[in-house]
Design a protein around this ligand. Structure first.
Ligand code: MSP
Length: 534
């Protein structure tokens, strides 16, 4: 893509998901959030790189493949494809899908390892400890629960390891990391997570092991091929490999030349330590600037309970999106849960939120306004401009700086705040129609007033659809098209041709006498099925 003068580069990542199992709702959650940010940044006409992918090495994957009678690579290919299927269904527009079994990735990992090695940050020592294969992480004995089980995977017993490993000198980076957190207070977000990390670091950092013996499914340690590189050391570098253009030679220099530093890594709170402590230290050791931000979101529960296979209450994201559609699923999770906090899925609540905000408030507003425009204004936008509307008009007042507030919310990853700002304008527009009763005004021959009502409401609908498009792109496209614009929010080139962000982010730009489309319901009321609850 050609980069225009005013364009900025914005690169962001989801975690690279393990391929031991098909995607769960937690992976879908982070990816929907990442896609919403990427879409917002593209709307602002930035050059954006959204990276997602899969983390394919390590013992967990090797064992799963063995249990299923597959080769590890066949297991990876199968599950990586199922992630891609889900991303298509959820309308995720990623730019790169990074797989850690890709050949180019191996070259990047080996070069990086060599840099860290040359910096004298890797040494051989004996490692003894409890290892959780599901986390792919050593645990302190005091962390284990129920006599030896992982605190996160409470049905998985930690395994004792006593082997020679290569270690990374994390302890050497204690003060540099502290300086990084101090100098960049926004590096770890939200602030509650920042505190967790600061506490952890203050207790004193210990070197961690970055190789395994007796494990083939991984990248060999260049100077000692009996060892394979620890899956986390390998996986974090998947973010770097993803930055290579398709024809690039796989070198660190090429990978880091355009998009680095990554602007934000979106992750769940359980993998914060890897991203906010180990990763920047590894980068410092290799002479690479750390990323700009790590955002650790909360955990999802279902009907108030922790989700888990063994608990038999997982929520299948494919079933969810097939039942309700991508926009509904995206809207629920981003609107209903404050990003950063834990949140819950409940199907009744899901149906209620969607019906209330998108079917009743937004969909109905568009429908009733278009019907009035047809009846009272020849199915065209009234012959008015934004500047004809008085400054103290109630919708203009909200609409005029709505984009500033919503932009701030998106930039802070406060999706629920962005949604509630937008829905506030929608609800106020419904109320305004009821107050004005244009059907009576029309009967009284007050055509000018009728036109003002219709113009200001249509313009508020347009702006709301525009600002909500990163979350509900298909719904926003339908709304825009019914208002007479030839725009598809799922096709960035189409909206850049038709709209400039500087224009369409403003209230009052709806052109006069624009032919309107046919009023068709854009969001049908959802029904809670009587059987097969999710
Ligand atoms: N492979 C590592 C990441 C490596 S990144 C270089 C990994 N993968 S994972 O598939 O196990 O987890 C992916 C993400 O799902 C994590 O961000 C994790 O926080 C998130 N979630 C797992 N369960 C979750 C919920 N119940 N709710 C929300 N997110 C959850 O970790």
């Amino acid at each position: 893509m050609e980069v225009k003068e005013h364009q900025k580069n914005f690169a962001l990542t989801t975690p690279l998901y393990y391929v031991n199992d098909v995607p769960h709702i937690g992976s879908a959650y982070t990816t929907m959030a990442a896609d919403a940010i990427a879409r917002f940044k593209r709307l602002e006409e930035n050059a954006v790189l959204l990276i997602t992918g899969t983390d394919e090495h390590g013992q967990k994957i090797q064992r799963t493949a063995e249990e299923k009678g597959l080769s590890p690579q066949a297991q990876c290919d199968k599950i990586a494809a199922s992630f891609d299927t889900l991303w298509q269904k959820l309308n995720i527009q990623y730019d790169r899908f990074s797989r850690t079994t890709a050949e180019r990735h191996e070259a990047i990992v080996k070069e990086f390892f060599q840099r860290v090695w040359d910096n004298n940050d890797i040494y051989l020592a004996q490692k003894q400890g409890w290892y959780c294969v599901s986390c792919e992480e050593f645990k302190e004995e005091r962390e284990l629960v129920n006599g030896g089980y992982c605190p996160i995977h409470t049905n998985k017993k930690a395994e004792w390891r006593d082997e020679e490993n290569y270690f990374f000198r994390l302890s050497k980076y204690q003060s540099q990391l502290e300086a990084l957190y101090e100098k960049n207070p926004d590096f770890i977000q939200p602030s509650s997570r920042r505190k967790e990390v600061l506490n952890f670091v203050q207790q004193g950092l210990q070197d961690f092991s970055i190789s395994r013996v007796n494990l083939d499914w991984g990248i060999e340690v260049p100077p000692d091929p009996k060892h394979t590189i620890y899956v986390w050391f390998d996986a974090l570098l998947g973010y770097v490999t993803a930055l290579l253009d398709p024809d690039d030679e796989p070198t660190l220099e090429n990978a880091l030349s355009r998009w680095w530093p990554i602007n934000v890594h979106l992750i769940g709170k359980d993998i914060l330590r890897f991203h906010a402590v180990y990763w920047p230290a590894m980068l410092m050791s290799a002479g690479v600037t750390p990323p700009e931000k790590v955002f650790g979101h909360g955990f999802l529960t279902k009907d108030g309970h922790k989700m888990g296979k063994s608990l038999g209450n997982t929520l299948d994201p494919i079933a969810l999106v097939e039942r309700y559609g991508a926009d509904a699923v995206r809207y629920y999770f981003l609107r209903e849960i404050e990003f950063g906090q834990d949140g819950d899925f409940n199907e009744t609540r899901f149906v209620n939120v969607l019906n209330s905000d998108l079917a009743n408030d937004f969909g109905n507003l568009l429908n009733r306004t278009l019907k009035m425009a047809k009846k009272y204004c020849n199915n065209e936008t009234p012959n008015l401009k934004g500047e004809d509307i008085a400054e103290d008009h109630p919708l203009k007042q909200i609409g005029e700086n709505l984009s500033d507030r919503v932009t701030l919310a998106y930039n802070n990853l406060s999706f629920s705040q962005a949604c509630s700002e937008i829905i506030h304008l929608v609800s106020r527009s419904n109320k305004y129609i009821d107050e004005q009763a244009p059907w009576s005004l029309y009967k009284q021959g007050e055509q000018k007033q009728v036109e003002e009502v219709i113009y200001t409401v249509l313009e508020s609908i347009r702006l709301s659809a525009y600002l909500l498009s990163p979350i509900t792109p298909t719904l926003s496209t339908q709304i825009y098209q019914q208002i007479g614009f030839n725009v598809d929010f799922n096709n960035p080139t189409s909206f850049h041709q038709e709209l400039s962000f500087q224009t369409h982010r403003c209230w009052g730009i709806l052109p006069p006498l624009q032919l309107l489309g046919k009023a068709k319901p854009v969001f049908l009321r959802l029904e809670l099925p009587e059987e097969n609850p999710l």
